[in-house]
Design a protein around this ligand. Structure first.
Ligand code: FAD
Length: 340
């Protein structure tokens, strides 16, 4: 199994000596944060990730997700690990305390994300997308929408997704065709097909909050006519309990190299009921809150995956004996010298 040691000393250096986050002027609004607290959190994340998430990485990629009778099932062990992750409060780190979050600065969450993606990127994408959905609703949703969804997304009891891409509309979202038709005050019926939807469906949680880009009937052409909707997998009653299943489903699973443990789905919406997030026709702006989270996440995924690749290449080059060094034997007592 690959080895991994979270680069905690590097994180301390960046936070303390480079960004100086513990000087209060540099971090207004986070008066209670101190190096001991942050070190303890990141150490805890490192322990959880190496003990629970890392052993599931190859299991996840070899087994992959499965679509059985219209429902997506994650690889063995993901359920258990996900609920340990939730029970330990990891999704709450940087979220608003009003909705059950711990109110830590995003910069601390970024390091926690790097550790998660280094050990198991496919797994880390479930809470990763959820955090983006939380951020978009938090920034743009009505009070009612925030009350309905935020505490469940913050705790991790429900997950979230981002539904932009259609088969003919990737980079160019101006081309998207998914429709939203008003059905009653504040409620819309969403119809269309989205592809490449990370964490699109799974059995990990009882509900999934899909954030979906769609066009209203009077929408102007292009990106100025796109609105954002919160469309739950299971409808939520006024008292917060779960109601009937919504009319949406995963019609297929996509295959993405190295992250088969994440359920990347083709999602079909057949008049699924949803509510507007933000103003009509301003959906791309609202979705950019989530996309910006996703961009940071993708950058950090690159760092995390390179870190674990480097650590394992280094261990191999120190251990593997091949040939003699050109400058003379370095381990004459052995049959050959280590590559490094
Ligand atoms: C790991 C992963 C996870 C994803 N998760 C999600 C998700 O959760 N939700 C979601 O909605 N989508 C998701 N996507 C889809 C992603 O948003 C799209 O793949 C992306 O928007 C690019 O679209 P495309 O693949 O159709 O590429 P295209 O739009 O076909 O572009 C292909 C290439 O051509 C370039 N290009 C485009 N137009 C031009 C032009 N006019 N001239 C020159 N070059 C051009 C692009 O920059 C790109 O390099 C995911 C994708 C990946 C890889």
């Amino acid at each position: 199994m690959p080895v991994y040691q979270a680069p905690l000393r590097d994180y301390q250096f960046i936070l303390d000596e480079m960004l100086h986050i513990y000087q209060q002027d540099a971090l207004k609004g986070f008066d209670e944060i101190d190096p001991d607290l942050v070190d303890a959190i990141l150490q805890g994340m490192a322990d959880f990730s190496t003990e629970v998430m890392l052993p599931l990485n190859s299991v996840g990629d070899l087994q992959g997700c499965k679509l059985v009778d219209g429902k997506v099932i994650t690889p063995e062990g993901f359920d258990n690990a996900y609920w340990q992750f939730v029970d330990n409060g990891w999704p709450t780190l940087t979220c608003d305390p009003e909705y059950g979050g711990q109110g830590l600065p995003e910069v601390v969450g970024i390091f926690a994300t790097e550790i998660q993606t280094a050990t198991n990127m496919a797994f880390a994408m479930y809470p990763g997308l959820t955090h983006g959905a939380y951020a978009a609703i938090h920034a743009h949703g009505s009070d009612a929408l925030k009350q309905k969804y935020l505490s469940k997304l913050v705790s991790g009891e429900w997950t979230g997704t981002m539904n932009l891409t259609e088969s003919h509309a990737g980079t160019d979202l101006a081309l998207l065709r998914t429709k939203a038709v008003p059905v009653s005050e504040g409620v819309f019926a969403i119809t269309g097909e989205k592809i490449f939807i990370s964490s699109g469906d799974h059995q990990l949680t009882d509900n999934i909050v899909h954030l979906v880009l769609a066009r209203l009937p009077d929408a102007p052409e292009g990106v100025k006519g796109i609105s954002l909707f919160a469309v739950p997998k299971v409808l939520v009653n006024n008292d917060g309990s779960l109601g009937a299943p919504n009319t949406l489903y995963a019609s297929g699973l996509e295959h993405k190299m190295g992250i088969h443990g994440n359920s990347t789905c083709v999602m079909v919406f057949e008049g699924a009921l949803g509510e507007l997030v933000g103003e009509p026709h301003q959906g791309l702006r609202a979705m950019f809150t989530m996309m910006n989270q996703a961009r940071l996440g993708v950058g950090v995924q690159g760092l995390g995956v390179s870190e674990i690749a480097y650590q394992n290449a280094l261990a191999y080059a120190k251990d593997r004996l091949q040939s003699r060094a050109l400058s003379g034997a370095k381990s004459p007592e052995k049959a050959a010298d280590p590559i490094l």
